[in-house]
Each structure stands twice: as structure tokens, then as C-alpha cells.
Design a protein around this ligand. Sequence first.
Ligand code: GRF
Length: 208
Amino acid sequence: MTNNSTTLKIGVLGSGSGSNMQSIVDAIASGELNAEIKIVLSDVQSAKILERAEKHNIPHQWLDCTPYKTKLDKDAEVKCIQILKDHGVDTVVLAGFMRIVKPGLLKAFPMRIINIHPALLPAFPGVHAWKQALDYGVKVAGCTVHFVDEGTDTGPIIVQRSVPILSDDTYESLHARIQVEEHLAYPEVLRLISTGELHIDGRVVTAG
Ligand code: GRF
């Protein structure tokens, strides 16, 4: 286990496969990351991220977010904060969570909500970022882990990892290459938070 680190108490919010959550689970299991995943919440009842949580005996719950498709309604937000607090969460990890986080949640966990985005921000915010990058014709793509603020994919950048774009890339091949880097980036950022190595000056985040 990493020395001089605080055990992070993580709450994960996701809507899909949960491969990023899996990378965090694996980093904890290997001793690379000093953290516990306290709760996994998904707005999609059938999401694989909930199956993964079940498999690893991590408490998990479906968060009913109707009637909105892309944001948390007030009731869901209040419930979400309550569940995270009840589980002693101090760090919220958005891992493929397809809803916009609202100010109430941000206030409940100031500078303790992080997100991973499949592009080199500030380029290509929003959905299907790797498709946007390929269609645009950029030669380098990648992923970004950032603090969440009130904008969409606009918060202070913590870590970025790049991948080349190959001449025969498809949307699928590029996304797969980006995900390999995501699975390194998220545990690394959480490790930096647990060891207190991140310094924030305005929107500039440095490590070390
Ligand atoms: C990742 O590509 C992440 O960058 C984006 O959503 C995807 C989630 O994948 N925000 P997974 O559910 O972690 O496999």
C-alpha cells in the first residue's frame, strides 16, 4: 500500500460498462491505490457497471433519474447526495455517467468530483468525443481526467494521456485505444489525490 496516503472513500456514478470503475477496483486490489469504493450508483438499471459492482461485493444501487434524460432532477440529486453521504463518500468519481451534474452535488463535494472524458480537452467536449476527433481529422487523440465544475467538461484538468490516430482507425479502434489510457489515468489521478500530491492554483492543477 502507498505510504503517506489517505484512504479515499470513493462513490462511483456510471451509466455503462464500468470498465473505468474496474480499473479502479483492480488498482485497489493490487495495492497501487489506497482507496475503498463505498457505493456505485447508476442511472441505468441494466448497466453493466452495477453487475461489476455486484461481482466485487461493492454496494450498488440504481438511481431513478426520470423524467430527464441528460440531467439529474432535483429529487434524484438530493437522493444521490444522501446516499453518497450515508456511505461516507469523500471523493466522487464519474465513470461514464451520462448526466450533467448539478450545483447541489458540486456544493456537497467541493473539488472532490472528478470525471474522465475520452478526448484531449478543451477539444471535443460533449458526447462521442472520440468520433468528433476522428471526423475532425486530428492526428493525436486521448483522454482527460478533470475536476467537475458547472460547465460540461470544462473543469480544471488534472491528467491527460494521448494516443496517435492511425490511418485505418475506426470509431471502435480509436475508442479502444483511448480506453487503455483511461484505465491508467483514473487510478493515477486517484493515487495523486490520496497522497495529497495535487496542487490547485485557480484552474491550474499540478502534481508533485
Ligand atoms: C469512457 O470512455 C469515458 O471517457 C466516458 O464514458 C466512457 C465510460 O466507459 N466518459 P466505461 O463505462 O468506464 O467502460
